[in-house]
Design a protein around this ligand. Structure first.
Ligand code: ACO
Length: 448
């Protein structure tokens, strides 16, 4: 069992700060210092402004923990035997690679939501509840159909949240844990249906209704790949790979989308509306939108252009970045990237596999090697992140790139809901950061 984060001994520790104010006066202040379960120190600064008038300015929240959490842990890097730094990711204490291999995405979702892996009885009840709520209401279906077919699928997905919110949110009391749980299950259940319906609309096909005899991931592939006249044959291999991809993306502590979900929740906003905001955050090219960009980037370059693209990424006068490289937290290889790399390598080079070889994967390996041996990337600890290989893995399954980020959202919904629940349990104070104002001083209005 996880130990409490703040023991009495730890909270009794203090850190002294000494600051010289603009008027020359020195101010000395003691801040409580707590340690997380691994001994990393955190200053508790919530009362700093009230007690001293000093505010913290932490651009990009690089040094700020915005919540206490028991869900997911990241170790930025450990040195491996072959001397390459590797990050570690754990959900509720379990290594994510082990979870992806041994458990299904739905079992992992249960773990994220409830803190422990389910017993057989618990899983039966959980998966039955999810299966029951897969179906989409007519209003939301019509809403999807009302969008122009060219619309970005993430934009449509955000729109569908308002339809779901209008149907369900007023029936649930966010102050009751059982209502929050029921609403969370509905959303996890409906996400694959929403993603598949959005895809069918964009390609001009009628949607395929969920098949209750299929598991969560198999049903998603069925809704995506079958059509009115043909039921797609989906191999167990494809199902397991997609399921692993979903597990690897299910949570990642305070990524910007999760931070957004928790901050919107702090205003008392119900789950579906908070998740609409999280989806919008995920859609950005620096977050979940990067995997689509990686595939675009790799399809534009040939092996002979690798040096050029590395030079472009290093050029301080060029805004171009090597998509799928770098991470705010990992200072070694993102463990999700190494799991996906391994998985894709096995698949594409396995003669018995039904998956076709993909030259893009070979280009990715060459680009990776060039970047990992380049002083610019070495000095800045820039390693492949999850997005570098997730697009290629999804491509290998025949999934079009426009769907990569919606599939990411479908998976991350479990993590967002776990964080939203944790936030309610902690009775989180309203998120209301300060700002460091550098605008115009007060001036008289002389107009017209
Ligand atoms: N290509 C080239 N240079 C890079 C890259 C990259 N992919 N990433 C970071 N750098 C450089 C920056 O230019 C900066 O250089 P400087 O010190 O000379 O100014 C230095 O490395 C530090 O970068 P920051 O932007 O300060 O790092 P930050 O932690 O803010 O950014 C981020 C992390 C946004 C992920 C960044 O690495 C990036 O833009 N990567 C490409 C987009 C991407 O792959 N996003 C997916 C992230 S994973 C996810 O969200 C699921």
């Amino acid at each position: 069992m996880t130990q409490p984060v703040m023991s009495e001994n730890e909270i009794n520790q203090q850190a002294k700060i000494l600051a010289q104010l603009p008027n020359g006066e020195y101010i000395e202040h003691h801040l409580p210092l707590v340690q997380d379960i691994y001994g990393n120190p955190y200053l508790i600064t919530s009362n700093l402004y009230q007690e001293t008038g000093i505010s913290l300015y932490d651009e990009g929240l690089r040094s700020t923990a915005t919540a206490e959490s028991k869900i997911t842990r990241i170790i930025p890097f450990v040195q491996t035997k072959n001397n390459s730094p590797q990050g570690i990711l754990q959900y509720r204490g379990y290594n994510v690679k082990s979870l992806a291999t041994a458990c299904s995405f739905l079992e992992t979702s249960y773990l994220l939501l409830h803190g422990n892996l389910p017993s057989n009885i618990e899983f039966k009840s959980f998966s039955e509840d999810i299966t029951l709520h897969r179906i989409l209401d007519k209003q939301t279906e019509k809403m999807i159909e009302s969008y122009d077919r060219q619309t970005n699928p993430m934009v449509i997905l955000i729109g569908t949240m308002s339809s779901l919110a209008s149907r369900y949110e007023s029936n649930y009391d966010m102050h009751k844990v059982e209502d929050r749980q029921a609403l969370g299950h509905r959303l996890i259940a409906k996400m694959p249906t929403l993603c598949a319906y959005i895809h069918k609309h964009r390609i001009g096909q009628r949607p395929i209704t969920p098949d209750d005899s299929l598991g969560h991931t198999a049903n998603f592939l069925h809704m995506l790949l079958s059509n009115q006249s043909t039921t797609a044959e989906i191999s167990q291999e494809h199902i397991k790979i997609l399921d692993m991809i979903l597990t690897l993306h299910a949570d990642h502590q305070m990524a910007v989308s999760t931070f957004v979900a928790r901050s919107v929740t702090s205003a008392g906003t119900p789950t579906i509306s908070s998740i609409a905001a999280a989806i919008a955050a995920l859609s950005g090219p620096l977050h979940g939108g990067a995997n689509e960009r990686v595939v675009d980037m790799l399809s534009d370059i040939s092996d002979t252009q690798i040096d050029d693209i590395i030079a472009k990424a290093k050029d301080p006068n060029d805004p171009f970045k090597l998509f799928g490289f770098g991470h705010r937290v990992y200072k070694g290889m993102d463990p999700r990237a190494s799991a996906l790399r391994e998985m894709t390598l096995t698949l594409l080079h396995d003669k018995k596999s039904s998956i076709e070889p993909d030259p893009m994967f070979d280009t990715a390996l060459k680009l990776e090697e060039a970047a990992l041996n380049d002083p610019y990337f070495i000095e800045r600890n820039l390693f492949p992140n999850v997005d570098f290989y997730s697009g290629i893995a999804l491509r290998a399954l025949g999934i079009p790139k426009e769907l990569f980020t919606v599939i990411f959202a479908m998976s991350r919904t479990s993590g967002w809901i776990a964080h939203i629940e944790e936030s309610w349990q902690q009775k989180t104070a309203l998120y209301r950061p300060k700002q460091y104002y550098t605008g115009v001083k007060e001036r008289p209005l002389d107009w017209p």
